[in-house]
Every structure is written in structure tokens, then in C-alpha cells.
Write a protein of this length. Structure first.
Lengths: 296, 372
């Protein structure tokens, strides 16, 4: 699916992810966690496709199961004792559920970040923070850029080394290790040098100086205004719900939660609406595109 | 644009004001309520405590002695105006208490009397005409607090210190005079009732310096620790001991308690009343605690601490260490003495009295003597 939320102003993207990621970390109510997880998965799948489904099944599912197993081994608090460990400590229902919830929280955050990385490209980042915190945003964008750049440079160096007879996939274990270490040392030297070069280059262009402008293709349009109003309304509404304990849920010593009734349901509705916003925008854009194509 | 923002702000404000009046959580009647001069606490107040399932404290004073009532909302069946004022007078040995209320309160409540000096014994009993009517638990470090769980009002009582608590036990079971001879000083009357443990080693008080598990010398006449790996459990011989678990100190420090744990505290502080428990020869306090908790479905968590070669009790009944202030946790006392080593190293003898008590002040409020 075409991602039209990507084309919104970077500030809107940032606010959206700021809200969703921080709410997924703060709200421990299973229903809120479920809403966040489902929306994060839908969005990630809609923009990354199959890749994120594989990621979800291969890494996320085991993570949840692992935390659900590991937590009760160390945490024995809770009112509902299921059975006793050989050392006499109880296995409690609450600790299992808490482990499960922690696992869900981790994977929800991972899913949000996978979409975040796709949307918040380096140029958007620099655009947003280049003026406010120039040094930090440069460092951040450089380090974010570092991994893919390192990968591609590694490829180049490995191929060059192979052509002069130092192949990592050939020879005895000792020789291969030696070659690998050699390549690695080249890479370290290159990355250090590259960092200094980038910093010098940015400095010579006057990066971070007062009055320096930067080219950007982003404009705060009418639709961004509406999006901003919508997101901030949702955000404030949910923050208020949190303060009022509408998402209240505690695991220890026994499970207690805020009543699910007319006073709390609106908060869950707004939370779902906030999380699903980009998917709806994409869907609307798709519909528009299709109808305009069919009209032609 | 501006109009829209104003509308949103107004809406949010409206939500705040309406939702704040909504009742999402338990409201804690955290602040103590002063008992009015006529002593009457109105029905409406008690209704509030009941409906909010709160724990309320009502404070007052009489003849310069402060007292407070702790009332659990969950215990209240009927509500009516009650007179909670109490007249306190010092007597020769103890304290005389006169309740103003003549009928029953309609709910059990805990009366805590804060006396200005240290109480002369570990526990106390309230007497009416020579008959013991309430048992009184004593907490507090420098000055004592007497806690009486009041179910039925008995108008005039006198609280007197229990001095004969352990000697009574010994006269009843004193069948081993040779054991008595080996224990010389007056203080050690607690141990004279111990019948078995021919192989039990008592401290002669001459040791100096710490042992290899960082334990200070054991006071004279007290049993020496037996390492868990050396304890031989004899399944053929069973003995009994008196086991109890209580946390009444929390009731005197409710403001420090983790609010999530409030409902775990029993209204009289007793988690397990003194119970006769059977055990095999050679078992330690820890073994017995573990079994007692399992049998009575009381939650208990412990962790093995290699440095002290003993298990450490982190929490009982989901009340954990540090849940009621940073000096709080579980301690055990055997025959009136808090051993200075872990509960896995205390090998029980027949007829001993084991108390697990929750402290909010490193043991000073539950009658532990000495300094750390």
C-alpha cells in the first residue's frame, strides 16, 4: 500500500510516534496493550509487507513466550498460587501474566519502531532537530546512517580484498580469521576517518551557525494542521485518561483494574482511533486515487 | 483555527472536571480523623469508610495519652453513630481504659494506645475484674504502642504487662530438671522448658568475633546455629511447636504502607494465630515456616543467601520487605529471643514458641533488644 502518512509533515510523524510509543510503554492495561499491538502490526504490515510478518513470527512470538516463562522464575509475588517450585517458592498466576504483559510491551514497541525507522528518515530528523539541537541531531543522524553505510563499505572492502587473494570464504580457519580481522581493521580505520571527514565537512559548510538556513521540501499544509489538531486532541485525552486512572491496572499483589464502563470506554475508543490514524489516512488516499483513476 | 483550539481546550477542561468526580479508584482516607470533643463519630463518616472500603484512623487523647482507632471499611456491617472517645488513666502497673460507648460498635476495630514510656513486657493482657478479656500486642521502639483488637465493648478494662508468659509454660512442662541446671541465669527461663535436644549446643557466651557466616557471637544460654547441611531430619520423631505470624506494626504505620497492599493487612494484624504445629526432629524454623505457609495457603517467598548460609524471608502473605517504609521486613522470635542468625540455621526443639513478626523499624518496634 502507498503510504500517504509518510508525506505528511515530519513534525506530524514525530508527534504520532511520540504518542504511540510512549503510550505503549506507559499503559499496562491489557486492553490498551492489545489495541496498541494490533494497530502497530497492521501499520507495520501495511508499509513493510511480508517482511514484518516474518519478523513478528520469528522473533516477537518467542520473546513473549520467553518473558512469560522467565518472569515467574524470579518473581514469586502474587495472591494466586498455582504450584510450588522445588525450592519452596510459589509459582503465581500474577507473575506469569506480568511476564506476558512485559513481552507484549517489548514487541509492541519494536513494531512501532520498525514503522518509525521507515518513516523518520535522516533528512526528516535533521530538518526537525537541526536548528534546536544541531550537534546531537548530527550525531544521531550519523549514527543512524552508520549501520547501512558500514554494511555497504564492508561489501566493497571484502570484494577488493578477495580480488587480491584474501578471501574470507577460503583457506584454513586461521587464514580466514586473519583475513576477517584484516578487513575489520580496515573498516574501523575507515569509519573513524569517515566520521571526522563528515564532521569537518559539516563544519566547513557552516552547519549549526546562526542564521544558516537549510533546504527542505516540507511545508506545513492545511491537512497537517488538521492532523496536528486531531493528534494533540487524542494525546491530551489519553494523558487525561491516564491521570484519571482509566487505564489503571495492577498485577501485584492481586489483579485489580479500573472498571470497564461508560466512564472509561471513551478513552479506549480514542486510543484505538489514535493508533489506527495512519492506516485510515492511507486507506482514504487509496480510495481517492482509485476513484480518480476510474473517472479518467 | 483558534476557535477550534479553544473548543478542544474547553472540552478537555469539561472532561477533567466531570471525570474527577468519577470514582475510578479506592479513595484512601489517608489522613487521620480527629475524634470530636463529645466523642461521637457520625454514621455518615462510617458509611463513607464502608462504601470506599477504606482504612480510617480516628485519633484522640485522654490525660495526655494519645490513642487511635483503626477501622477497616470491609469489616463494617452496620453503621450508626458511635462514641469512640476513651478515658485513659495510669494505674500502678498498667493503664485503665474506660470506654464511653455503652453498646457495641457494630464492627471490630483496633485501639492503639501510645504510651510515653517503654512497656515493661513483650505483650500485655486487658483484664476486667481479674479476668483476661483482650490480648494486647505491644509494638513501638522507644515508646510503646499497645494494640487491642476490640470486638465487644467491655466498659472498664485494665491493661497489665504479661510477665509470667513463658514461666507458665515451663511449670507446665518442666520434666527435665537437668536441663534447668545447665541454664543458670534468671533470663533463660524460656529455655528451661525445652525437653529434647540432648545434642543441642548452647552458647556459653565466651566466643568473640564473628563466625564464618558473619554472625556475631550468640548470647550466653542461647542455642548455637546448626548449619542446614548438618541438620539431620529424623522422620520417626515428631515434636510440636507454637507458630504464629503477625504484622500489627503495620497498623501503627499505615501511612507508610504501599497503598496497593492495604487490603492484605488483617484488621487485627494476625495472619496466623498461635497454632500448634507438628514437626520432625531436626527441622529448622525455615522448614516449618515453609510447611505451615503451604498448609494454610499463605503466600511466602524466600531466597537463599549463601553469605549467611540461610534462607531470607522476603515476604509473607504478599507483604514484602520495604513495603512499609525502608526499615521494614520480617523477623522471627523463638521463646522471646530474636536469633541473630538466619531461620534455616535455627534447629527447633520441642515445645518452642516461634513468632514471625513484621517490623517497620529494623526490629526495634517488635521488642528486639540490642543494636545492629
Amino acid at each position: 500500500m502507498r503510504d500517504s502518512f509518510l508525506e505528511y509533515h515530519p513534525f506530524i510523524n514525530l508527534i504520532y510516534f511520540g504518542f504511540t510509543i510512549s503510550f505503549s510503554l506507559v499503559l499496562t492495561h491489557p486492553l490498551a496493550q492489545g489495541i496498541s499491538l494490533v494497530c502497530a502490526v497492521i501499520y507495520a504490515v501495511s508499509i513493510n509487507g511480508k517482511k514484518s510478518v516474518i519478523f513478528l513470527l520469528k522473533y516477537c512470538l518467542p520473546t513473549v513466550l520467553l518473558t512469560a516463562f522467565i518472569n515467574p522464575a524470579f518473581n514469586h509475588e502474587g495472591a494466586t498460587t498455582l504450584l510450588y517450585f522445588p525450592n519452596g517458592n510459589p509459582l503465581t498466576l500474577e507473575s506469569i501474566l506480568y511476564g506476558f504483559s512485559a513481552g507484549v510491551m517489548i514487541i509492541t514497541t519494536l513494531m512501532w519502531f520498525s514503522s518509525f525507522n521507515r518513516l523518520m528518515t535522516t533528512d526528516k530528523f535533521i530538518y526537525l532537530f537541526g536548528k534546536v539541537i544541531p550537534a546531537l541531531s548530527l550525531v544521531l543522524s550519523m549514527s543512524l546512517r552508520f549501520v547501512p553505510k558500514f554494511k555497504s563499505q564492508m561489501q566493497t572492502v571484502t570484494e577488493a580484498q578477495r580480488s587480491i587473494g584474501r578471501d574470507v570464504s577460503n583457506g584454513s580457519l586461521f587464514e580466514r580469521t586473519k583475513t576477517a580481522i584484516h578487513i575489520f581493521s580496515i573498516m574501523i580505520t575507515w569509519s573513524l576517518e569517515n566520521a571526522i571527514e563528515t564532521a569537518d565537512s559539516m563544519k566547513s559548510r557552516g552547519y549549526g551557525l546562526k542564521g544558516r538556513t537549510a533546504f527542505s521540501i516540507y511545508r506545513f499544509e492545511e491537512r497537517d494542521k488538521y492532523a496536528l489538531i486531531w493528534l494533540s486532541f487524542c494525546g491530551l485525552f489519553i494523558i487525561e485518561g491516564t491521570l484519571l486512572n482509566a487505564f489503571g491496572f495492577r498485577y501485584f499483589p492481586d489483579i485489580r483494574y479500573a472498571a470497564f464502563d461508560m466512564t472509561t470506554i471513551p478513552f479506549y475508543c480514542v486510543y484505538s482511533a489514535l493508533c489506527i490514524t495512519p492506516v485510515i489516512l492511507n486507506y482514504k488516499e487509496e480510495r481517492k486515487w482509485k476513484t480518480s483513476v476510474s473517472e479518467m | 483555527m483558534k476557535r477550534i483550539i479553544c473548543l478542544i481546550l474547553a472540552f478537555v477542561l469539561l472532561m477533567t472536571t466531570t471525570a474527577c468526580s468519577g470514582n475510578f479508584t479506592q479513595v484512601n482516607l489517608n489522613e487521620p480523623i480527629a475524634i470530636p470533643e463529645n466523642g461521637i463519630v457520625e454514621k455518615s463518616v462510617l458509611d463513607k469508610v464502608k462504601n470506599e472500603n477504606a482504612i480510617a484512623t480516628f485519633t484522640g487523647s485522654s490525660n495526655d495519652i494519645k490513642y487511635e482507632w483503626t477501622v477497616f471499611g470491609s469489616d463494617i456491617n452496620e453503621t450508626k453513630d458511635v462514641n469512640l472517645s476513651v478515658v485513659l488513666n495510669k494505674s500502678d502497673k498498667g493503664i485503665k481504659v474506660n470506654f464511653t460507648e455503652t453498646k457495641d460498635l457494630g464492627f471490630p476495630a483496633l485501639l492503639s494506645i501510645h504510651i510515653k514510656e517503654k512497656w515493661s513486657a513483650d505483650s500485655a493482657t486487658a483484664f476486667n475484674g481479674g479476668k483476661g478479656v483482650y490480648s494486647v500486642s505491644v509494638t513501638g521502639s522507644k515508646t510503646s504502642i499497645l494494640n487491642i483488637s476490640v470486638n465487644k465493648i467491655i466498659r472498664e478494662i485494665e491493661i497489665l504487662p504479661d510477665e509470667t508468659k513463658y514461666t507458665e509454660d515451663t511449670t507446665a512442662e518442666n520434666t527435665n530438671p537437668t536441663e534447668n541446671d545447665s541454664v543458670s541465669s534468671e533470663k533463660d527461663k524460656y529455655l528451661s522448658g525445652v525437653q529434647n535436644s540432648d545434642d543441642r549446643v548452647y552458647s556459653d557466651g565466651t566466643a568473640t568475633g564473628k563466625d564464618k557466616y558473619d554472625t556475631d557471637p550468640v548470647p550466653e544460654g542461647k542455642p548455637m546455629p546448626v548449619e542446614p547441611e548438618n541438620q539431620e531430619i529424623n522422620n520417626k520423631k515428631t515434636y510440636t511447636c507454637i507458630f504464629s505470624i503477625e504484622c500489627s506494626t503495620i497498623l501503627n504505620n499505615l501511612s507508610d504502607l504501599d497503598p496497593d497492599k492495604r487490603h492484605l493487612v488483617p484488621s487485627d494484624g494476625v495472619i496466623l494465630p498461635p497454632t500448634k504445629v507438628a514437626f520432625y526432629e531436626g527441622e529448622s524454623v525455615y522448614d516449618v515456616l515453609q510447611r505451615v505457609c503451604k498448609e494454610n495457603n499463605i503466600h511466602m517467598e524466600s531466597s537463599w543467601t549463601p553469605v549467611y548460609n540461610s534462607a531470607y524471608i522476603e515476604g509473607i502473605n504478599n507483604l514484602y520487605e520495604f513495603d512499609c517504609g525502608e526499615l521494614s521486613g520480617w523477623m522471627y522470635r523463638v521463646n522471646g529471643w530474636y536469633p541473630n542468625y538466619g531461620c534455616s540455621r535455627y534447629q527447633l526443639a520441642d515445645g518452642e514458641k516461634v513468632e514471625w513478626r513484621y517490623t517497620c523499624d529494623l526490629g526495634n518496634d517488635v521488642g528486639r533488644e540490642g543494636t545492629w
